[in-house]
Design a protein around this ligand. Sequence first.
Ligand code: BJ8
Length: 418
Amino acid sequence: MWADLGLDLEAHDVLLGVLGDAYGKIFLSQANRPEGMGYFDFVMSEVHGLRIKELLDEKKAGRKIIGSFCVFVPEEIALAANATLVGLCSGADFALEEVEKLLPRNTCALIKSAFGFKIGKVCPYLESADLIVGENTCDGKKKAYESLGHLVDNLYVMDLPQSKSENGRALLKAEYLRFKETVENLTGCLITPESLKQGIATVNAKRAAIHRLSALRKADPAPISGLDALLANQVFFYDNPARFTASVNTICDELEKRIDTKTGVFPSKHPRIIISGCPQAVPNWKLPMLIETAGAVIVGEESCVGERGTRNLTRDSGKTIDEMLEAIVDRYFQVDCAIFTPNRDRLEHIQEMVENYQADGVIHYGLQFCQPYLMEAIPVEKALEEKGIPCLRIETDYSMEDIGQLKTRVEAFIEQLS
Ligand code: BJ8
């Protein structure tokens, strides 16, 4: 299967070895995990196995696979046209030397990682995709897609607004219409009101399950670790949607029982943290691992792999395709990515999350060279400080070089909250 996809077998084995090792040390070593996490352990063990086989079987049956790097790509539309959407963002460095021949060194790790996985031929999702969707969000991604277009022959770039104006909304609607037509041409399936309604229902159910999980994390003591909750949010982008929804709901049933019996994931009182900032794609677990091993519990992620990505459901009352598209545009237009200017909603959402999740502090996670989030980190910190909410600004990448320094800073911050 791997050879058919054109993967570099040796490099792929190395990647899986490192991934499996890290997963064992970071996730399986946690005490007192919910039993339902067994499903996510299985998914992770098969993320480059059974899940790829399923996608290839779908392709054989005539379905198309669409890969995306951003939560602005509407899964509802992909599903309605008989396509499956998978996330392509990667959270590990790969083939860095080769990547830096194509991209400047001062490019964020998330973009470099996507290139590294392509150049190193180690990502079966990327290689299975019939269409790869890039989006004009930050300058780094925008320009990087020009270069990515020379490495793949199936790149489609979606334009996105940069401000929440009337013109911005009109652009988003026009781009979603163009995306709809592109996906219909790709799959040969015309979207109908019924198929779009079903697409909306499937994605809403997936997001509602995550909302339920998030709501349970408001309990004190927290019934699940931040690492495990982050994992569920990461798997959101890969798994079969209906199976994912059912599995998250099963964990939630278990967590409700834990809350009834006041069974926390950690035995004693721990400072509660919100992580805010750049998305954390698999296997980027460095910072959450440091936070939770330092004795705090992460109770929410203000991130696209987290609440920013899943916050709102799509209105499902529309009857015509246009009414439903309007609802989709309304839903996505609320995503408060730092590429928007101004972006006051994000500041408010972070403060709301602190209140709702009874958090003691915020750790702002910025990837090195990510201008949008690093720039916003300063007003975020200021706004939080004005409200007396402690905030720690972290700037890091995917390497392990700074782990000692990060550990010291994180431990000192958590100590201050205890
Ligand atoms: S909606 S956050 S998924 S664009 S880390 S590549 S911003 S330089 S990822 Fe994102 Fe969509 Fe926005 Fe969400 Fe650029 Fe920053 Fe790199 Fe980033």
